[in-house]
Design a protein around this ligand. Structure first.
Ligand SMILES: Cc1cc2nc3c(=O)[nH]c(=O)nc-3n(C[C@H](O)[C@H](O)[C@H](O)COP(=O)(O)OP(=O)(O)OC[C@H]3O[C@@H](n4cnc5c(N)ncnc54)[C@H](O)[C@@H]3O)c2cc1C
Length: 271
């Protein structure tokens, strides 16, 4: 972000004290309700957002940090929660040289205040199909594909699916470095055992659990083909992660016969 390189002040260090008394137009004041370690490198942050209108599964928001000298830094974060209410859950991965994420992961504490704008994004969302649910008829299946922290909006969709007991077939292919790096590990396990189950396929890129059937490796086209709902079943596909991950996976999906119009992507940046 160009603003970041032009200033020496860290907006992060002073941001909590710099939330305006009256929110700027379109922005909400969020109070940090709780934080917890999600993985060794990431935190889960629960916000109580004044005036939050609720959000759909898959949407994101912008977080803005402001230094006393007025310098600001704004970043987008997917929302891990969905539905009505003013509680919003985020999960943030620490980028070692990042301007904003180390502050959110390591320094934010319960009671701190942040500015947030949203909910944002109407394309990368999933909602239970009430008509199909009422008729207990399967809608088109849903394939979720996540790289690292890209699981956040996909977890929101899987959770909304579980809560609604929606009959749509749901499958998640999730690429992570190691077993310690799985976000929402307990929740995903519970969703996989629910009455409207999530089919969960994990791929480990650096370290796999003892006895895992394959050595750790990045997702290949062959792995993708074997672990996603086949193109012939016309799944709706949601892919989220770093830009490089998303573009690689989306290209392979098209090569494997998936209709490009059925593939929705969210790119987090990086390569
Ligand atoms: C719609 C949307 C939703 C997002 N949701 C989440 C989320 O739920 N959780 C989350 O942790 N992040 C999420 N991100 C990424 C987030 O917005 C920031 O980009 C990230 O936290 C890095 O910010 P930073 O200020 O720490 O790093 P910066 O100071 O912006 O960047 C530091 C360095 O890291 C590189 N970089 C930036 N982003 C990435 C990346 N994603 N992967 C690898 N390298 C990168 C930059 O090119 C730069 O070299 C989302 C992004 C988008 C667009």
């Amino acid at each position: 972000m160009s603003e970041a390189t032009a200033q020496t002040t860290s907006p992060a260090a002073a941001s909590a004290a710099a939330v305006p008394a009256v929110p700027r137009s379109g922005w909400h004041v969020a109070t940090v309700a709780s934080t917890r370690r999600e993985t060794p490198n990431a935190s889960r942050i629960e916000l109580e957002v004044d005036g939050w209108p609720g959000n759909a599964a898959g949407q994101h928001l912008d977080v803005r940090l402001t230094a006393p000298d007025g310098y600001t830094a704004t970043r987008s974060y997917s929302i891990a929660s969905s539905g009505a209410g003013t509680r919003v859950t985020l999960a943030v991965d620490r980028l070692p040289d990042g301007e904003v994420s180390p502050y959110l992961v390591d320094d934010v504490r319960a009671g701190d205040m942040l500015e947030v704008h949203g909910p944002l994004g109407a394309f990368f969302v999933w909602a239970p199909d009430a008509a199909h649910a009422a008729a207990a008829v399967d809608a088109r299946p849903v394939q979720l594909i996540a790289g690292g922290s890209g699981v956040v909006p996909l977890y929101a969709m899987a959770e909304a699916h579980g809560v609604a007991q929606d009959p749509t077939r749901f499958r998640l292919l999730y690429s992570v470095r190691s077993p310690d790096d799985v976000y929402f590990a307990d929740e995903l396990r519970r969703l996989a055992e629910a009455s409207a189950p999530l089919q969960l396929d994990l791929v480990y890129t650096r370290r796999a659990p003892d006895g895992w059937r394959t050595p750790p490796a990045r997702i290949t086209r062959e792995v993708l083909e074997s672990a996603v709902i086949p193109a012939a079943e016309r799944p709706r596909v949601f892919v989220c992660g770093s830009t490089g991950f998303v573009e690689r996976v989306a290209d392979w999906l098209v090569e494997l016969g998936h209709d490009a119009r059925s593939i929705r992507t969210e790119r987090y940046g990086g390569t």
